[in-house]
Every structure is written in structure tokens, then in C-alpha cells.
Design a binder for this molecule. Structure first.
Ligand code: ATP
Ligand code: MG
Ligand code: FE
Length: 336
């Protein structure tokens, strides 16, 4: 069973062919990051236009690299939310056109479920149930993945997402966009105990997160040091900020394991590429004999392979979309 996946929710135009839900035959990712570096973030209008320019070429390339033609495909999966509405519409229109022309099943995919399913591509033996920590540019959620098509949202952030906090803090530190990988790198030379940044909602018996206070604390710290005329150690600030984020993510994830009785944890989303987060959870899960999985960096950030994987499991369960499928910018996890 070959599924073509299409992803255009933000600033990556991507298409992929996945066989049997688990084997990537191609995964073409055309990133607009270089375009948005001069703006310090994504400009939605420009992103939509770039998707229109790129999408058919990217699909052609994905089919070509997989060594197949459109007639070999068994289903078309596409991200229909959450994301930027104009960006999502480009992928949805392309997928509908292909599905209609070739009389193929159309599978609308929730982008966040896609991020979780990247783990199935990276780990062939992984099966539900497990707890997923989704940490991306726009979301921070703990999810109990009970089965391939059954998700329970345990809790999420009240304000900023973890990735958003990384990007905003990096920006005020003068680092290029996107800031997550920059802070990850810089923090390796810093002392994570140098500055005691706050851990919001720490020790509370819930699965909610809050990162906007931490972001402000870093801003205030940088301003205070500057006012005193002292020099800031950017590696120390990066390491201390990162430690605060990871402490909270780790604590709440282990709590979710306890409450759900799960024996496996999976990381998902762009921040899942963070080397300290991976290292910390590796140790903490090992201590508790909990299985711990994460995708390689290229499958953590936006890509169409994860969308094709999710689409495969929807198709297996008969969860196909019809041609009324539309972009839903605020689509929530488990709502699909
Ligand atoms: P969403 O999936 O919520 O719609 P998105 O698709 O924009 O948002 P992703 O592509 O999943 O987000 O992830 C991008 C985010 O991951 C950015 O905020 C980026 O800074 C962050 N990120 C990437 N690599 C790392 C890293 N090594 N450490 C920390 N953050 C990282
Ligand atoms: Mg992106
Ligand atoms: Fe994403």
C-alpha cells in the first residue's frame, strides 16, 4: 500500500511516498527557512505563495525519487490543520485535485497526529499505547495514544508553545531564526545552573504548561545585566533557559506515565530534536524501565512522511475524507 503525503501547514512544502505505513520511499522537503531568516519569522502571505510555486514540483520529485508514478498510489494524505490557513489550503487543493483525477481515497490528516506518527516511521516495532509529548513550534501537549486512531489529550500549554519560547528567547539573544537549534548548540558550552529561571506550574498535579513567564524572565534578566553594564554569558543564559524548559517537560511527562500506566514514551515535534531533552528523558525513562522513543531530527520538524504514515493508518481504519475537506487552522488533536 503506497500513500502519497502532502504537507504545507507552515513554511515547509513537503511530499512523500510511504509504503505499508512504515517504510519511507521518498521524503522531499522544500524549506522556506532561508527566506524567512531576514524577517525573523514566518510571513504567512509569502509562505502561501511559495507553497503554490513549489507544491507540484515537490510532489513530482517525491514520486520520481520513489521510482513510481501517480497510478501506483493507493491513497493521498494531506495536512488540513492546524496551521496557517493560506498555507494549508494549497496542500488541500493539490491533494483533492490528485485524488479526484485519479479516483483515489483522500485522507485529511491532523498535523499534530502526524508529528506523533513520525515515531512509527523511525521505530518499526513501536505500537500503541504510549504517552506522547508533542513539543513543536505552535504546540506543547501531552497525549495518551491509546491506539492508532484513539487519542486522549491529557493537557497542553496555557500560553506559549515550547518551540515558540525557544524562538523568541533566541531572537532577543540576537540568534538567527529558527532559534531552537541555535540555543541547543550554544547551551552545550553553558552552565545550566548559572541563572535560576522560573519553572511554571512545577509540582502541580496537572498536565498544563506555561512558558510565557519564563520568556519574560529571560528578557528581564538580559535587560538587567545590560543596565548594570555587565556582560552576559549567552551560553549560560541559553543553557539555563533550556534547563528550565526541559525540567518542566520531563516532570510532566513522567507524571503522565504514572497516571496513564503507560510503559512507553514518545517525543514528537520540532523541539523533540533538542539534544538535552532527548538525553534527559533517556536517563529518566531508563531509571524507571520505561521505553523511550524519538524520531531522527529530519522527522521531528515538518515533513510529509509523517503525514503519509498517519494517512495510512486512517485508510486502514476506513477513516477517509470526502471532497468537502477544508483547511481548519485551529484543528485540535483527536478532533480528526
Ligand atoms: P506546529 O507543528 O505546532 O504547527 P511548526 O510545524 O512550526 O508548529 P515544528 O516544525 O514541529 O513546528 O517545529 C519547529 C520548532 O522546533 C521551532 O520552534 C524550532 O525552533 C524548534 N526546534 C527545532 N530544533 C530544535 C532543537 N534542537 N532544540 C529546540 N528546539 C528546536
Ligand atoms: Mg517549519
Ligand atoms: Fe509542525
Amino acid at each position: 500500500q503506497l500513500v502519497l503525503g502532502i504537507e504545507t501547514s507552515c513554511d515547509e512544502t513537503s511530499a512523500s511516498v510511504v509504503a505499508g505505513g512504515r517504510t519511507i520511499l521518498s521524503n522531499v522537503i522544500s524549506s522556506q527557512v532561508p527566506i524567512f531568516q531576514r524577517f525573523g519569522g514566518v510571513v504567512p502571505e509569502i509562505a502561501s505563495r511559495k507553497h503554490i510555486e513549489n507544491v507540484m514540483g515537490v510532489i513530482d520529485q517525491a514520486l520520481g525519487e520513489a521510482g513510481i508514478g501517480l497510478d501506483d498510489i493507493h491513497g493521498v494524505g494531506v495536512t488540513y490543520g492546524p496551521g496557517l490557513v493560506g498555507a494549508l489550503l494549497v496542500g488541500v487543493a493539490a491533494a483533492k485535485t490528485l485524488a479526484f483525477a485519479k479516483e483515489l481515497p483522500l485522507l485529511g490528516v491532523n498535523h499534530l497526529e502526524g508529528h506523533i506518527f513520525a515515531n512509527f516511521l523511525a521505530h518499526k516495532d513501536l505500537t500503541p499505547p504510549f504517552v506522547a509529548l508533542v513539543v513543536s513550534g505552535g504546540h506543547t501537549s501531552l497525549v495518551h495514544v491509546k491506539d492508532y486512531n484513539q487519542f486522549q489529550l491529557l493537557g497542553q500549554t496555557r500560553d506559549d508553545a515550547a518551540g515558540e519560547a525557544f524562538d523568541k528567547v533566541a531572537r532577543v539573544m540576537g540568534l538567527p531564526y529558527p532559534g531552537g537549534p541555535e540555543i541547543d548548540r550554544l547551551a552545550k558550552d553553558g552552565d545550566p545552573t548559572a541563572v535560576a529561571f522560573p519553572r511554571a506550574l512545577h509540582g502541580q498535579n496537572n498536565f498544563e504548561f506555561s512558558f510565557s513567564g519564563l520568556k519574560s524572565a529571560v528578557l528581564n534578566y538580559l535587560n538587567q545585566v545590560k543596565q548594570k553594564g555587565e556582560t552576559v554569558s549567552l551560553p549560560d543564559v541559553a543553557a539555563s533557559f533550556q534547563a528550565a524548559v526541559i525540567d518542566i517537560l520531563t516532570e510532566k511527562t513522567l507524571q503522565a506515565v504514572q497516571v496513564t500506566g503507560a510503559s512507553t514514551v514518545c517525543l514528537a515535534g520540532g523541539v523533540a530534536a533538542n539534544s538535552r531533552l532527548r538525553a534527559e528523558l533517556t536517563v529518566r525513562c531508563q531509571e524507571r524501565a520505561i521505553g523511550f522513543y524519538y524520531p531522527p531530527p529530519v522527522l521531528c520538524t515538518d515533513n510529509a512522511a509523517m503525514i503519509a504514515c498517519r494517512a495510512h493508518y486512517k485508510q486502514q481504519a476506513g477513516l477517509c475524507s470526502n471532497f468537502h475537506l477544508n483547511a481548519i487552522p485551529g484543528l485540535r488533536l483527536g478532533e480528526s
